[in-house]
Design a protein around this ligand. Structure first.
Ligand SMILES: NC(=O)c1ccc[n+]([C@@H]2O[C@H](COP(=O)([O-])OP(=O)(O)OC[C@H]3O[C@@H](n4cnc5c(N)ncnc54)[C@H](O)[C@@H]3O)[C@@H](O)[C@H]2O)c1
Length: 309
């Protein structure tokens, strides 16, 4: 397949897992690929795989977690292949901890790699794409975790930020011929291996941790989104992996109440039930709205109330 013949691509965090799959598919589609990972040996192994299959690739061990090295990564692609047409922001890390125990270090470590890394790499690539006049494609990596997920304050916040950056960049960069989309991938990787599989029946990602899901199966959607076949696709997020492709509906204002002159607390109380009916599934596990019975402090729960008399 030569869908991406003559294109130069960068995939961050691609020494294994989902990023490796993206690289193999991009190279198979004809793109020359910069395989980036702080684990340089792993990135070099992916390059060897691509070259053995007749593709073009170079390894790059720079960290995306600093502005200078992120910009250097993009420059590496231009040096190696003369241009940069595709950037797939895939690198990631986890520091799971319940919200009340999470430290600044745990929050910052995840924010740095996912949000700042995506911001820096994309800015560097988009500047090159704009200046070249050729346009380009950016694919970000979000996650269903941004709907909310227990134990992942840092990760869900980072993925939510990436989703929002995807929408904003699609709006800002279209004038330069740059399309920006994101995937919420799925696959059994070293990242899912660290997850607690206790809720495996409820969560797609936990299922990937409990039962093998080939992480390379996200690659075909990435190739499609990078190709001219997706010329009219920007600002969209897709669930990918295993056998699914799901379109993620952009958050938007739903049922809206309007009161001439504005609202009083009393009037809100009178009409609020019209909004309560709209409360849908909450969190990545998609559980039905769990708080209809109220959210009460333990000391107020009936079983915690001391018996009278
Ligand atoms: N596996 C899943 O089911 C799943 C689900 C949702 C989202 N994701 C996302 O998919 C992406 C890939 O995850 P994965 O499951 O393949 O995990 P993975 O751990 O196999 O891959 C992540 C890679 O990023 C690299 N990396 C970390 N920090 C880096 C840095 N500063 N610079 C460069 N590389 C760095 C790591 O060395 C690693 O090889 C991540 O963004 C993750 O959040 C994965």
């Amino acid at each position: 397949m030569t869908l991406l013949q003559g294109q130069a691509a960068i995939v961050t965090g691609a020494g294994g897992g989902i990023g490796r799959g993206h690289c193999l598919h991009l190279a198979q589609a004809g793109a020359a690929v910069v395989v980036n990972d702080i684990d340089l040996a792993a990135a070099a192994a992916v390059v060897a795989e691509i070259q053995a299959a007749g593709g073009r690739a170079v390894a790059c061990g720079l960290s995306i977690a600093a502005r200078d090295s992120a910009f250097e990564l993009i420059a590496t692609c231009v040096e190696a292949f003369g241009t940069v047409d595709i950037l797939v922001n895939n690198a990631g890390n986890l520091r799971d901890r319940s919200f009340l125990r999470m430290s600044d270090d745990e929050f910052d470590a995840v924010w740095l790699v996912h949000v700042k890394g995506t911001f820096w790499c994309s800015q560097a690539a988009a500047l090159r794409m704009r200046d070249s006049g050729r346009g380009g494609v950016i694919i970000n990596t979000a996650s269903g975790a941004h709907f909310g997920n227990v134990g992942q304050t840092n990760y869900s916040a980072a993925k939510g930020a990436i989703a929002s950056m995807t929408y904003t960049w699609a709006l800002e960069l279209a004038r330069y011929g740059i399309r920006v989309n994101a995937i919420c991938p799925l696959g059994s990787t070293q990242m899912t291996a660290t997850l607690n599989t206790g809720s495996a029946k409820q969560s797609l990602v936990s299922a990937a941790a409990a039962k093998y899901v080939d992480p390379t199966l996200n690659g075909p959607l990435v190739v499609f989104l990078c190709s001219a076949k997706a010329q009219g696709v920007s600002g969209q997020i897709f669930g990918s992996g295993a056998e699914r492709i799901a379109h993620l509906v952009q958050p938007h204002y739903g049922k809206t109440l309007v009161r001439p002159g504005g609202w009083t607390v009393e009037a809100i109380g009178q009409y609020f039930s019209a909004l309560e009916g709209e409360f849908g599934a909450l969190g990545m596990l998609g559980q039905p709205y769990p708080f209809r019975g109220g959210v009460t402090a333990p000391m107020l729960e009936p079983e915690a109330t001391p018996p009278k008399g």
